[in-house]
Design a binder for this molecule. Structure first.
Ligand code: PMP
Length: 354
């Protein structure tokens, strides 16, 4: 190993994002993208902004976007922080807010970005086991800690926590930052954004990659009281004082303002998810109750890796983690009805199904 590598970086296991295959014509149900494309108003905004003005730096404060988000959530624009995808917002959050003398708490089965960033920033962690039904129990977090991060709904399980449970968690830890990662909140959960005025320790993080169908533009944001946003801004400015490029700023603003497109797409996805869950259950799968744009499901007889490979051989790409307790589950993103029908057909024709 090179002597020029610092010990942490050389032993770091990087976060591995889901596969983005080069092969065309795959039914791509592996990274929870929205099958319906962004708001046409977002596309028009990008086209209108793709002109000579691109020679100029973007607005470093992303003012129009932060105002649009503030209006949408009933907060002040200075309570909004934006970044290149919620992954970047999370990265700044880990560095600015989650490192303390006491450990950071998060579920033992959760978004795999969290362990990576804890390690990168040398943050002590206690992973809190999900219960027998793969649920987060907020009372399990009643222990000394420096910070808490919870996805609501959790990933990859898709199971959400009710807003009163989130509030109980935030209220039980007034002295530590509690971060709620709401990447999938728009598919059936209830956002905690309305609580930020009452809880100075609450930071809510959302993305435009899922319900707003802008994964390719990389836009995410955080909502919290000014001191939390201020901490994030300090870290951001040390990396890059321009949070988002010009095209991302106009696209995201248009997408946030297009409530109708948002509502239509998310309702279609919820309906397809519920249908897919029902059909998988009818085939004998164990399907966790999802409030996200994916389902987490286990074949009645075959191992997860086998089902993953059989699907892949038929051109259907889903997500599988070979980890204890979840090795037989597959995370299946909700696509169009036609894509999901293709998935269901392949599953129905597996030798051991039914
Ligand atoms: N949080 C969770 C729980 C996720 O699953 C994802 C998607 N990988 C993200 C955050 C990040 O999404 P993005 O960076 O596209 O906003």
């Amino acid at each position: 190993m090179s002597q020029y590598w610092s010990p942490i970086v050389s032993t770091l296991k990087p976060y591995v994002a889901g596969e983005q295959p080069r092969i065309q014509n795959l039914v791509k149900l592996n990274t929870n993208e929205n099958p319906y494309g962004p708001s046409p108003k977002a596309v028009s905004a990008i086209q209108a902004a793709a002109d000579d003005a691109l020679r100029l730096y973007p607005d470093p404060s992303a003012t129009a976007l932060r105002e649009a988000i503030a209006v949408r959530f009933g907060v002040q624009a200075d309570q909004v922080f934006v970044g290149n995808g919620s992954d970047e917002v999370l990265a700044h959050t880990f560095q600015a807010l989650l490192k303390h003398d006491e450990p950071l708490l998060y579920p033992d089965i959760t978004y795999s970005f969290y362990p990576t960033y804890s390690r990168l920033y040398d943050i002590d962690v206690v992973e809190i086991p999900l219960d027998g039904g793969f649920r987060v129990r907020h009372a399990d977090y009643d222990r000394p800690c420096g910070a808490i991060i919870i996805p609501n709904p959790n990933a990859p399980t898709g199971i959400g926590l009710a807003l009163p449970d989130i509030e109980a968690l935030v209220a039980a830890h007034p002295d530590v930052p509690v971060v709620v990662d709401e990447a999938y909140i728009d598919f059936g959960g209830e956002t905690a954004a309305g609580l930020i005025g009452r809880y100075p320790n609450l930071l809510v993080i959302q993305t435009l990659s899922k319900s707003r169908s802008l994964a390719g533009m990389r836009v995410g944001f955080a909502l919290g009281q000014r001191h939390l946003v201020d901490a994030l801004e300090r870290v951001k400015d040390s990396f890059n004082s321009y949070p988002l490029d010009r095209l991302a700023q106009v696209a995201a603003t248009a997408a946030i303002e297009d409530a109708e497109w948002f509502e239509t797409c998310r309702q279609k996805i919820i309906a397809t998810r519920d249908r897919v869950s029902g059909e998988l259950q009818a085939m004998g799968f164990d399907v966790l109750p999802s409030q996200a744009n994916f389902v987490y499901a286990k074949h009645p007889a075959l191992a997860g890796a086998e089902v993953y490979s059989a699907l892949r051989a038929e051109g259907v790409l889903v997500r599988h983690w070979n980890k204890p307790r979840i090795a037989d589950y597959l995370r299946i993103s909700i696509g169009t009805d036609a894509e999901c029908d293709r998935l269901l057909d392949v599953l129905k024709n597996l030798p051991a199904a039914g």
